[in-house]
Design a protein around this ligand. Structure first.
Ligand code: SAM
Length: 324
């Protein structure tokens, strides 16, 4: 798929350069780029709290060390590591077009002699080939809003095994999916079919997705429990197993629970943290959304109740179910 899109980009680029006045060629090129490069890159590179948390950790960890940055994007974290005084920086990017643009961006910022961009997926790299030696520091920002679906656990596992020194620093050193029990009319309306205009639409619930990405900082909702870790991963670990567990969650407020709201928390280095908590209001805006994890039905709860939940992950996805 990437190969086909790359071919399309090459032909549209050629057409645009041969006939610069041909509006259609430019429009086609832009559409082909849009198919390959997700639009969230822009909000992400401009997410100041995220960038600041990574920069602070790199300023503490990178000086004098060989740094490996997995997932180049624009090259931002690799350039931050170089500016912080890394001995060397290697960064890899699986999307060839992004890698090509990152080389250009790094040159523009005068860092081509300090940062090497490899246009490959991290799991294709090897010491003695793309890397001359194992790296002392791994920095990666390959986290999705649901934490795991970009494949970060297998990427970090491979890096420990093949690319890093035994005592390598990993930034972030831990990553958690945090959650609380959520309810309220607006949330219920996002997740459940009920009665609309006097008609019972509940059969449509058969199509309801178990998870929904949504930014909730400005959405009124009921917070029905304390915050808790769904799952927390120590990224200095060399192996990650699939996990499942039962959680007895104490309800802290009366209401109707629609499910859990989940967000991410990164512990960069034991000093700095980053969290896109859903109740921070406008100052909590993040390029990551929160994730609503829907229960099979809305559940009326009262303060002091205990809800039994079944939680599991397969290293790439998480599931939450009510134990009835
Ligand atoms: C979330 S962006 C982060 C970009 C940049 N590091 C930053 O923080 O601004 C992740 C980028 O890494 C790439 N990527 C994800 N997993 C990768 C992997 N295992 N190896 C190489 N590239 C990867 C994606 O294509 C994407 O461009």
């Amino acid at each position: 798929m990437q190969g086909q899109s790359k071919e399309a980009v090459e032909s549209f680029r050629l057409a645009a350069s041969l006939k610069p006045a041909l509006v259609e060629a430019h429009a086609n090129l832009r559409a082909a780029y849009n198919d390959m490069i997700p639009a969230w890159h822009f909000a992400m590179m401009n997410d100041k709290p995220r960038n600041g948390a990574y920069e602070a950790a790199l300023l503490r960890a990178a000086p004098g060390h060989r740094v490996l940055d997995i997932g180049t994007g624009t090259g931002l974290l690799a350039m931050i590591a170089a500016r912080a005084g890394a001995e060397s920086v290697v960064t890899c990017e699986s999307v060839a077009l992004i890698a090509e643009r990152a080389r250009e961006t790094i040159a523009l910022n005068g860092l081509s002699n300090r940062v090497r961009v490899i246009g490959q997926h991290s799991t294709e790299l090897a010491v003695g080939h793309e890397l001359s030696e194992r790296a002392h520091v791994l920095v990666t920002e390959t986290f999705s809003s649901d934490l795991l679906s970009e494949g970060v656990l297998s990427v970090v596992e491979h890096a420990h095994r093949e690319l890093l020194t035994a005592d390598a620093i990993v930034i972030p050193r831990a990553a958690a999916a945090r959650a609380y029990l959520i309810g309220g009319a607006e949330i219920e309306a996002m997740l459940f079919a009920g009665v609309s205009n006097g008609f019972d639409l509940s059969p449509f619930n058969a199509f309801a997705p178990p998870i929904l990405a949504a930014s909730l900082n400005n959405v009124a909702h009921d917070v029905l429990s304390d915050d808790f870790d769904l799952f927390c991963f120590d990224l200095t670990s060399k192996r990650f197993a699939v996990e499942s567990r039962i959680l007895d969650l104490s309800v802290t407020k009366d209401g109707v629970a629609a499910g859990l709201v989940q967000w991410i928390r990164l512990d960069l280095d034991g000093v700095g943290t980053y969290e896109n908590h859903p109740s921070l209001g406008p100052r909590g805006e993040s390029h990551w959304t929160q994730i609503l994890r829907r229960f099979s039905r809305p559940v009326r709860v009262a303060t002091g109740d205990v809800l039994r939940l079944s939680l599991r992950h397969d290293r790439r996805q998480m599931w939450v179910d009510l134990v009835e």
